[in-house]
Design a protein around this ligand. Structure first.
Ligand code: NAD
Length: 339
């Protein structure tokens, strides 16, 4: 356990169980030097305890990098609740989790993640104030989309020489909360949309409301386009898909798009510009972090608008050093965290 923590430079790992509600939770606090650790809470069925702990540690580290590069006074953390086969009282389980968070005295702040909702955060809020994305705090997805839109502009400027999106072909994989909001902004800017989603209803909506061109899910990654925007699940950039991509740049919202660090080099070798996922999709984190601090929307929007500039700087470094933007972003984040 300690060697796993050391390898990830993890500050602390907290485990809690509560037989009354069935709670079995892990909170991984990666780094608090820049501020309290902020990161979502997953509620998923894990095959065993080790996989839950590994997931929490890996994701907590990612949150430190994301917060550091987003210029937030915030550290990285993540929580994982092992979803029981059966739960009698979900609200009581999340309240018990809220007490666990409260016991950490503000070193960890939680938020919505896979398998949790604003309603769950409301239950946590009964026990602690160290919680964001409650139903009164608002959905971060439109803010994530806003940041990705700024990132697509920066990517177009760096790779195609202009950030004018008029007539640009953008292929969006996944039209969920972020993907659809992004599609709306792209259409308003004159881009041509190629879209896919596993849910045909989402595709239909984009065709009818935005004039998007539908593409079969299995064909989207190989569709010729200027920008590919993965907004579904992670792992889409891997040794199988990279040789088949037909885009100039990849710039989308999905977390963990690269199957491994080597995939970034594979994209670089093909001359495909890659917007590091945790930089371009940091709008949601910026929103929840600043809302939690009590900032108003204009201040949040101003902070969000720096995502494009940050990417532009990363692309310039990458070009100068002949390295992938993903490797440059990691190095910059590590400099901020471990200086
Ligand atoms: P969502 O669940 O609302 O939407 C995801 C959509 O992608 C769904 O409609 C799903 O059907 C579709 N999808 C999944 N796999 C697909 C595939 N192979 N082909 C086509 N469509 C596919 O999720 P979301 O909140 O929109 O988030 C999208 C991505 O962005 C996720 O990876 C998420 O982790 C990441 N992200 C989201 C936020 C946020 O604020 N919501 C912030 C940062 C990162």
């Amino acid at each position: 356990m300690f060697s796993m923590m050391e390898a990830a430079r993890l500050e602390a790992l907290h485990l809690a169980q509560d037989p009354v509600t069935g709670l079995r939770a892990v909170i991984a606090i990666h780094d608090t030097r820049l501020g309290p650790a902020l990161g979502g809470c997953r509620y998923l069925a894990y095959p065993n305890e080790e996989s839950a702990i590994r997931d929490a540690i890996r994701l907590a580290q990612g949150m430190s990098y994301k917060a550091a590069l987003a210029g937030l006074e915030q550290g990285g953390g993540k929580a994982v609740i092992m979803r029981p086969a059966h739960v009698d009282n979900r609200a009581a389980l999340f309240e018990a989790f809220g007490r666990m968070i409260e016991s950490l005295g503000g070193r960890y702040i939680t938020a919505v993640d896979s398998g949790t909702s604003s309603a769950d955060m409301d239950c946590i809020a009964q026990q602690t104030r160290h919680v964001t994305s409650t139903s009164s705090a608002g959905d971060p997805s439109p803010h994530t989309a806003m940041g990705v839109f700024a990132g697509i502009r920066a990517s177009a400027r760096a790779r195609l020489g202009s950030d004018d999106l008029e007539g640009l072909r953008v292929a969006i994989q996944g039209l969920g909360n972020v993907g659809f909001a992004l599609a709306e902004q792209l259409v308003a800017a004159g881009a041509e949309l190629l879209v896919s989603d596993l849910d045909p209803g989402r595709v239909q909506l984009a065709v009818e409301q935005l004039g998007a061109q539908p593409v079969a899910s299995e064909a989207l990654l190989t569709t010729p386009c200027d920008i590919l925007a993965p907004c579904g699940l992670g792992g889409v950039l891997n040794p199988q898909t990279i040789p088949q991509l037909r885009c100039a740049a990849v710039a989308g919202a999905a977390n963990n798009q690269l199957a491994s660090a080597d995939s970034a080099d594979g994209l670089e070798a093909r001359g495909i510009l890659y917007a590091p996922d945790y930089v371009i999709n940091s709008g949601g984190l910026i929103y929840v972090a600043l809302r939690h601090k009590g900032d108003e929307l204009p201040a949040i929007t101003a902070h969000l608008s720096r995502i494009g500039q940050r990417l532009t700087e990363i692309y310039a470094h990458a070009q100068a050093d002949k390295r992938s933007p993903a490797r440059v972003a990691d190095a910059l984040a590590e400099r901020l965290l471990y200086r």
